[in-house]
Design a protein around this ligand. Sequence first.
Ligand code: 4NP
Length: 152
Amino acid sequence: MKILFVCIGNICRSPIAEGVLKHKCHQSKLDWIIDSAGTHSYHIGEPPHKSSHLICEQNGIDISYQRARQFNESDFKKFDKIYAFATDVYDTLIQKANSESDKSKIILLLDELYKQKGKSVKDPWYGGFDDYEDVFEEINLVCEAIINKHFN
Ligand code: 4NP
């Protein structure tokens, strides 16, 4: 399985998901390819936000090696599933898709977790550390759901 997580900046939300799912795959001995990207170019080359780094570190996950990159249309070929963190990200990815096959790979991330569809992971960019804690918990749950879905 090749999974790409996409948010806006690739410095707050999606780097946490990349770190958490890689960690869970390692624990479950799953040989998946996992990456993350942003729809926008604002933060290309930057490491994850310090609060994303800290909440992961507190949970035994190192994401310090990650560097932000922008989503590229070639990602549609490279990945099986492209998880959008929010509806605005989902819409941007659908606009970039060149085929029905591309579009079929785009999934709103929280649709894997909640019965109620159409939910977005809250953007913690303007928030405090408690927002990053909430985002981490939600990402932890959805990554668990993604792995469980694979085994069931
Ligand atoms: P992310 O958060 O999409 O979770 O990485 C953001 C980071 C930066 C900005 C927006 C969201 N920004 O506008 O620079």
